[in-house]
Design a protein around this ligand. Structure first.
Ligand code: AMP
Ligand code: FE
Ligand code: FE
Ligand code: ZN
Length: 284
């Protein structure tokens, strides 16, 4: 196991982080971390660049993704580690999610453009080619136009789900997500499942179903989980024998979250590396 801190949830510019996979790996290595996971939203497009960057450092990079799922009206994020990135179901489903995100973002921008000077090209200018588009790129375009000060302010106003501009996007159910990740040799972990208003979205019955399908763990140590949400998640982890992870959800300059502000125990990483067999970790 690596000696430095273990941070299993980070984003690059392949989705809504602000650093390239290379810059992200270099930032983690120079900060003295032992391991990170690259978990861009609904995409593995950063894996090969991260692999090349990891081999030049001592950092262990666990290939991963943050899969979007929908549970009724709620958006539920699911971390997926060490799955086969060429698995046909994963390739098909993530392409469908990214396409849905793209058209949904275009419609959000159309609505915003009725009230603010903003074009689709402004948004494209904030994202990389073929990357996963989300509200953070619309936020960056609003900042570039001078309509708002930063991403956080945009999410509290124009991009809020109650703003009138918002809409959801297609995503599979959490159970379908777990099944798909496990079938591709991966290990699924529910991302920040105890955030405000979301603590009770996945009830005991459904947590049991996810566990039966192969859920590996719960990301309990995350800044967005509330104290009561964490208490409840620890109970569920004990009840269903789920692993406990912690991570930063680093987005570069896109969020205040700093690398390794929350971390995962080495023993849990060891179990994760044993559980995920659809891909091999990079560097280390
Ligand atoms: P979307 O996937 O398009 O619905 O946008 C949600 C994404 O925006 C999440 O992945 C978060 O990382 C990011 N996000 C949510 N709230 C904020 C915030 N207050 N500041 C910056 N980024 C945020
Ligand atoms: Fe994000
Ligand atoms: Fe998330
Ligand atoms: Zn994330």
């Amino acid at each position: 196991m690596p000696a430095g801190a273990i941070d299993l949830h980070t984003h690059s510019s392949v989705s809504d982080g602000t650093e390239s996979p290379t810059e992200l790996v270099e930032a983690a290595a120079s900060a003295g971390l032992g391991a990170i996971a690259l978990t861009d939203h609904d995409s593995t497009a950063g894996w090969s660049e991260a692999e090349a960057a990891a081999s030049a450092t001592g950092l262990l990079v666990v290939p991963g993704m943050e899969l979007s799922t929908n549970f009724g009206p709620a958006s539920v994020h699911m971390l997926a580690y060490l799955f086969d990135p060429s698995d046909a179901a994963i390739v098909r489903e993530t392409a469908r999610i990214r396409d849905g995100r793209l058209h949904r973002a275009e419609r959000i921008v159309e609505r915003i453009a009725k009230d603010y000077a903003l074009t689709w090209d402004d948004v494209l200018a904030q994202s990389v080619d073929g990357g996963t588009i989300g509200r953070p790129h619309i936020a960056d375009a609003l900042v570039a136009r001078g309509h708002i000060s930063d991403r956080s302010a945009a999410f509290e106003s124009i991009l809020h789900w109650r703003s009138g501009y918002y809409e959801k996007y297609y995503a599979p159910s959490p159970l379908a997500g777990v099944e798909m990740i496990v079938a591709a040799g991966g290990a699924p972990v529910l991302a920040h499942p105890g955030t405000r208003g979301r603590e009770w979205v996945i009830d005991e019955l459904n947590m049991g179903l996810l566990k039966d399908a192969g859920l590996f763990g719960l990301e309990i140590h995350h800044r967005d989980n509330t104290p009561s949400g964490r208490d409840r998640l620890f109970e569920l982890a004990a009840m269903f024998d789920l692993q406990v992870t912690g991570s930063s959800d680093y987005h570069g300059e896109g969020k205040p979250n700093r690398l390794a502000e929350n971390t995962t125990e080495p023993a849990v990483l060891e179990r994760l590396l044993a559980a995920g067999h659809g891909a091999v970790p990079f560097g280390g």
